[in-house]
Design a protein around this ligand. Structure first.
Ligand code: ZN
Length: 447
């Protein structure tokens, strides 16, 4: 039993309640009670529960990032100033192909470390063709909550070596799902991941959608409508745009988690709405790869699910949700006015919005009795936090003036994975030095 006593709790419950002078009681991996601090602290003292006093700290739900590529973390800074298809063809696909188990292990660990350090407690991650078992193992050990799946590619005109026959993509994905879906007390789940239309045959896309039905709780994770050249190539192949193509194949549904969705036509917006598909919005990546700006205010107005992700380290170059929240808000303001994408709205996308996208809204995304204890303590003690704090500006304080350095402690599934600025499950010095070592060896393997 653990009691956490912060100054404020941002609950993200249905009423968006903000609680002052309240504490949270965590039992095993769940939130058991939310009660006035004096009362809960008295009970804790009497019963000998552990109390975590957190003065000048705000307790928030752990952040959910719905589009990440842990397999690319080592490639940060090695693929700058390129547009999507060149970025993939010249850099990322050859790098991914050069991974071995050790380099994949440290790519995953480095990414997981950064995500936890920045207060992210749940991710939806897309792997590469190989070594997804290694990523699953690191997710299990580190304590992060995650969906992961290997990238499925049975066509690859950009880099043919990084592809496999249709049946092999399906079979190996299914084997991984069998081995890892719902492991670690349900914390680790599988998301089937056809990379994007240009790397997948119609047969692969359709059969993947069938596979999902055999594994309840899995997701369909892909990219679409990110870049205009990609769009032209999709039109050449299918005679239509990405989302229309998914619709024609009868694979667009509430399990479709689709990264980017920048260049959707009107019909596609209506299809996303009708089929209840999810938009995974990655503002840094979309700007840095010169892809475009998705019309998120419009999607939200239509009631389409939108959540946030940093994408991969080489197209961002952070995995920091604070950067994504800030950008998700301010990139829309010149186009849609100062009231568009408020701090509260983007904070919602980064917490309960992400949980809803992954169909986990009954388990995570808010601080409510019965939910999993995925919690983050934000401490406002830095140079950029010197200001008057009140209940009105709590969201804007976090979205517009906080960064990763304000994350003091992170709990996932009831366990502190980062406490008082220290990792508990990860040896960071070792991760950083081994990552560099493995990257150097990987670069020698790239042809
Ligand atoms: Zn991506």
């Amino acid at each position: 039993m653990k009691v956490i006593s912060p100054s404020y709790i941002i609950t993200m419950n249905q009423n968006f309640d903000i609680l002052k002078g309240y504490s949270v009681l965590v039992s095993e991996n769940k939130i058991l009670q939310i009660e006035k601090s004096e009362k809960l602290e008295a009970i804790a003292k009497e019963k000998g529960y552990e109390i975590f006093f957190a003065p000048n700290q705000i307790l928030i739900p752990g952040f959910v990032q719905t589009h990440i590529h842990l397999c690319q973390t080592l490639f940060r800074g090695l693929a700058d100033d390129l547009e999507l298809l060149d970025w993939l063809q010249l850099k990322i696909m050859p790098f991914e192909f050069a991974h071995n188990k050790e380099s994949m292990k440290y790519s995953a660990l480095l990414g997981i470390s950064e995500l936890i350090r920045c207060g992210t407690t749940t991710i939806l991650d897309m792997g590469s063709l190989n070594h997804s078992d290694v990523i699953f193992e690191q997710l299990q050990i580190s304590g992060l909550r995650a969906f992961h799946g290997k990238a499925m590619m049975d066509i690859n005109t950009l880099y043919p070596k990084l592809s496999e026959p249709t049946q092999s993509a399906l079979k190996s994905s299914e084997e991984l799902a069998k081995a890892f879906h719902n492991t670690s007390n349900g914390r680790i789940k599988y998301a089937f991941a056809p990379r994007f239309i240009l790397s997948c045959s119609d047969e692969l896309l359709k059969e993947t959608n069938e596979l999902l039905k055999h594994y309840p709780g899995t997701l369909f994770h892909t990219h679409a409508s990110e870049n205009r050249t990609e769009l032209e190539n999709v039109r050449k192949r299918c005679g239509k745009d990405n989302i229309e193509c998914f619709e024609e194949l009868e694979i667009l549904n509430e399990k479709s988690c689709i990264a980017h969705c920048i260049w959707l036509n009107e019909n596609e917006i209506q299809l996303m709405k009708k089929r209840n598909a999810r938009v995974l919005h990655c503002p840094s990546s979309n700007l840095k790869l010169a892809s475009g700006i998705a019309n998120i205010p419009r999607y939200l107005k239509e009631g389409i699910s939108v959540s946030l992700g940093a994408d991969g380290a080489p197209c961002n170059n952070f995995l920091d949700i604070f950067v994504e929240m800030r950008l998700a808000s301010i990139i829309q303001k010149p186009l849609h006015g100062p009231k568009s994408m408020s701090a509260k709205q983007v904070f919602e996308l980064a917490t309960i919005g992400g949980a809803k996208a992954l169909h986990l809204e009954n388990e995570i995304g808010s601080i409510e009795i019965g939910k999993k204890a995925d919690l983050v303590l934000i401490e406002l003690n830095q140079i950029h936090n010197s200001m008057h704090l009140n209940e009105e500006n709590l969201y804007s304080t976090i979205v517009f003036t906080c960064n990763y350095s304000n994350v003091r402690s992170v709990m996932i599934d009831g366990n502190w994975v980062f406490r008082n600025y220290e990792f508990t499950t990860i040896n960071l010095d070792e991760v950083i030095s081994k990552s560099q070592e493995e990257l150097n060896k990987l670069l020698l393997r790239v042809k």
